[in-house]
Write a protein that binds this ligand. Structure first.
Ligand SMILES: [Zn+2]
Length: 598
């Protein structure tokens, strides 16, 4: 690897020295004590209990105490999450996490009670205190949420049964997934390899290697499919039961409430996104042509478009990203500088560290960004993306925990926005070859966000429909996945080239708290592109309004926040604007592939 300096690791010790340190343990004790006090307060004032609220309840005191406990819970949770995801071999940390999760379960059990109680409050009433007035949105939102809460007793039972129900199925799924191995012939030698390890083969320039990896993964997933089918049937069956008992018309309506959007928004967004499907098929066919592949398949999606992709050191990746983002606003400049200079970023891939990238908000100690360095353009994209999250966290820093509660739809706005800002700057300065590489990366992601998510959403929609009458076999799930992918990918992939075992692979289908863990990504992507168009038109004047929007992502619905920018997200026209940027990318890609000499 061509790096002059060692790849940086983040600093978590400024938070606590370690998960077994006296400092961490003291904070855990504090969390448990405060949680007990909060529960006692809820009981004393009858918060969310059927006999109604205590007349002497001081809403400001209850809200503040709830915020305080949430803050400690999030701090410990994010700290341990970061710690264990860079060292999954640390058994003491894993056990600390297990203990923390048990304490959390007690806290989560209070959430429905909080919702029921918040719904009874009027933040605009003359007697409302300052804290309640600042939490008008959570109270307003709770009025809908409270219509979908079972009795306190039943909610408590449902929460208790989670450990042996949904959560147990998720554990089985994760353990089965982590244990998936297969045999493969690698350089003449037959060896056993984990399915996850084969993932990196899918971006190999050698097509035979990609094909081998995909076939081996498929064989392992096919063999394990019955276990995954039983798991998925259980999780989706439980979701249907809970949705019914909580008076949701469907799990989709439940999910839309969590996402703070409605069906009209969803329909407008998908309608616009569908108009770019054929353009993305054209991109895939052009890539296939360029690589000389006649039967383009899902394992070719990640094939490098060029063998002359520029090699980038970490320092180069950091420099490009910092330069572009710092030009956006003084706040962004400060966040990026601090992140890079104060060791917020963990860059070095190593044994025991999870793949991919994420950004965690360790309030009071800044954000922490995990990425896995590769000496190429994707590192720039991921770094820009995660710094966008860190910037969003900074915008939220003056808000309380209840005000910070951002739906997934809005959680990806700042990240996608920052990523595209940097991508555009790179494209503007790139030569033809670099541009081809960058556009292929950008469009590859668009394929994932538009085509693949279309298939995933429609798969889940039909999965719930069918599951409401009976269980579904592994073979039927596989057929269903294949059919939804064929619709989404059109003639961009050959019919047999779809990834029919994706329902085994993606953990998102198995989440017990969030169903339809797919369309929020598309929302984040297209909403960010739409905002970027406004930024290009308005320039400087945009920045302050944008930072204000990011600071209130837990204080209004997506539609209301968008309306302040004159955007109607229930209108397809807004989404069409975002989609037109993808169409332009496809045209630019075609020009490079079909007329390389121009
Ligand atoms: Zn993100």
């Amino acid at each position: 690897m061509t790096t002059e300096t060692a790849l940086p690791r983040w600093d978590l010790e400024t938070v606590f020295p370690s998960p077994v340190s006296g400092e961490y343990l003291a904070a855990l004790v504090q969390y448990k004590t405060k949680l007990e006090q909060l529960r006692a307060m809820y009981d004393e004032f009858g918060i969310g209990l059927s006999d109604g609220s205590h007349p002497q309840t001081d809403a400001d005191v209850v809200i503040s105490a709830t915020n305080e406990v949430t803050a400690i819970a999030n701090l410990l949770d994010n700290y341990l999450y970061c710690w264990t995801s860079t060292d999954s071999n640390d058994a003491e940390a894993a056990s600390a996490f297990g203990e923390l999760e048990m304490v959390h379960a007690g806290f989560h059990a209070l959430t429905p009670r909080l919702t029921t109680w918040l719904a009874t409050l009027d933040a605009t009433a003359p007697g409302a205190g300052p804290v309640l007035r600042d939490h008008a949105y959570p109270a307003k939102r709770a009025r809908i949420g409270a219509q979908h809460v079972m009795s306190a007793e039943l909610e408590e039972l449902a929460a208790a049964l989670q450990t042996t129900g949904g959560a147990a199925w998720v554990r089985l799924r994760d353990e089965s997934d982590a244990g998936l191995v297969t045999t493969i012939v690698d350089e003449g030698e037959t060896r056993t390899i984990s399915v996850t390890e084969l993932e990196s083969w899918l971006s190999s320039p050698d097509r035979e290697r990609r094909r081998l990896a995909a076939k081996a993964q498929e064989a392992a997933r096919e063999q394990a499919a019955p276990t995954f089918a039983t798991t998925l049937n259980a999780i989706k069956g439980e979701a249907l039961t809970l949705a019914r008992r909580r008076s949701w018309d469907s799990p989709l309506d439940w999910s839309l409430y969590i996402s703070a959007i409605d069906r009209e928004v969803l329909q407008a967004m998908f309608a616009a996104a569908e108009t770019v499907h054929t353009d993305l098929h054209t991109y895939l066919k052009a890539k296939a042509r360029h690589l000389g592949i006649a039967d383009f398949s899902h394992f070719d999606l990640g094939a490098p478009i060029s063998d002359q992709a520029p090699v980038l050191t970490w320092d180069a990746c950091a420099e490009i990203t910092q330069k572009v983002l710092s030009g956006f606003s003084p706040r962004m400049k400060r966040v990026v500088e601090t992140a890079l200079n104060s060791r917020w970023v963990d860059v070095e891939p190593r044994d025991g560290k999870v793949g991919g990238g994420y950004c965690a908000n360790i309030k009071g100690y800044g954000s922490r960004i995990l990425i896995n360095f590769v000496p190429a353009f994707p590192t720039v994209q991921v770094l820009a993306h995660e710094l966008g999250h860190a910037f969003h966290n900074d915008c939220l820093s003056s808000r309380t925990e209840l005000q910070t509660d951002t739906p997934m739809t809005l959680a990806e706005t700042a990240s996608m926005f920052a990523q595209r800002l940097v991508e555009d700057a790179v494209l503007a300065e790139a030569d033809a070859e670099q541009k081809l590489v960058a556009l292929d990366q950008i469009l590859g992601e668009a394929v994932g966000l538009v085509l693949d998510l279309h298939a995933r959403f429609n798969f889940e929609l039909e999965l719930f429909e069918r599951r409401s009458n009976k269980t579904i076999s592994a073979a039927d799930l596989t057929d269903l996945m294949a059919s939804k992918q064929r619709i989404a990918y059109g003639d961009g992939l050959i019919p047999d080239g779809v990834q029919k075992f994706q329902w085994v692979q993606k953990p998102h289908y198995y989440d017990t708290e969030v169903h339809f863990y797919n369309y929020p990504y598309l929302f984040g992507f297209l909403f960010a592109l739409g905002l970027l168009r406004i930024y290009r038109d308005e320039g400087e004047g945009f920045v302050e309004r944008y930072e204000s929007l990011l600071s209130r992502t837990g204080m209004a619905t997506a539609a209301d926040l968008a309306a302040e920018f004159g955007i109607n997200i229930r209108d397809t026209a807004f989404w069409q604007g975002s989609v037109s940027m993808i169409k332009d990318d496809v045209q630019a890609f075609l020009a490079l592939v079909d007329h390389p000499a121009d």
